[in-house]
Design a protein around this ligand. Structure first.
Ligand code: ZN
Length: 290
């Protein structure tokens, strides 16, 4: 849950979609995030402490700032009445902690009417409120909802970087491939500017994409394309893929790890990105939207 910890450090979005196949993992992550933003421990690095009254009341479901919506009835839907009630509940100031936290379990079980109702809250989120939409079917959410939330994907208990970092990594590779030498410098400057404080997510996303690209080539080169056990290991969000020989992807990973090493040692991120993208440009790796 380290990444979640970092998410809560001053760059919190108003709303997150937590998606993954295990609702239990998503619930744990949501509780962790709620505790993180409300924990009374003075050292931010130690939040959530799990011991203070705020952490404990959240854990026990007693906290007055914690709102949890579950699908109801035989049809298992999140009804519009529930959404309206939630909107009333989160309208005021937090009752006891720093932030109100609303959790929507199986958020895809809202029908279109409920989703449009929730959309109003996403468009004008009340202050000090964190909305967490948990789902194993993010495709069941309206695009207008998806675009207003930061998306976090969980694979098992592992949390992946935000989807937008995957998109940026894909965009970077694609731009470098198409525009060559000039694109390298433009893209390095762009990524450096837009991801200044959270470059590690971008690196994680690119790492996962290169790793998946390598697994993909290996299944093609070694297993003659037999969709096999390797497919189950892929972590890149659906619809995006880097394509290159396993050797090119492996080399890409090496350069990436080397770049991350120097980044930790305070070498200029702009320079490192230029160098990284220059190396990626030399490798025959392409982005394929699938
Ligand atoms: Zn605490």
């Amino acid at each position: 849950m380290k990444l979640i910890g970092r998410l809560a450090d001053g760059q919190l979005a108003h709303a997150y979609i937590l998606s993954g196949s295990s609702m239990e993992v998503l619930e744990t992550a949501a509780l962790h995030l709620a505790q993180r933003v409300n924990c009374l421990e003075t050292d931010p690095d130690k939040r959530p402490c799990g011991q203070c009254s705020a952490c404990r009341r959240l854990q026990q479901g007693l906290c007055g700032d914690w709102f949890r919506l579950e699908p109801q009835g035989a049809s298992r839907t999140l009804r519009i009445e529930q959404i309206r009630q939630l909107q009333t509940d989160i309208a005021g100031r937090p009752a006891e902690g720093r932030m109100k936290v609303a959790l929507l379990q199986e958020a895809h079980r809202m029908n279109e009417q409920s989703q449009n109702c929730l959309l109003k809250t996403l468009e004008e989120p009340p202050e000090n409120t964190l909305l967490l939409l948990l789902t194993d079917k993010p495709q069941g959410l309206l695009p207008t909802i998806l675009s207003r939330c930061q998306r976090l994907t969980f694979q098992g208990a592992q949390i992946l970087p935000p989807t937008e970092d995957f998109e940026l990594a894909a965009q970077a590779v694609d731009t470098i491939r198409r525009t060559g030498y000039e694109g390298v410098f433009d893209m390095a400057a762009f990524v450096d500017q837009s991801r200044k404080k959270r470059l590690s997510y971008f690196f994680s996303a690119l790492e996962i994409m290169l790793r998946d690209g390598m697994l993909h080539s290996l299944s093609r080169e070694v297993l003659q394309g037999a969709p096999g056990p390797l497919e189950d290991l892929l972590l890149t969000p659906a619809g995006m893929r880097l394509e290159g020989s396993s050797e090119a992807c492996r080399r890409g990973l090496e350069v990436l790890w080397e770049t991350a090493y120097w980044l930790e040692r305070n070498v200029s991120s702009a320079l490192l990105l230029e160098n990284l993208f220059m190396e990626v440009w030399k490798l025959d790796i392409n982005y394929r939207k699938t």
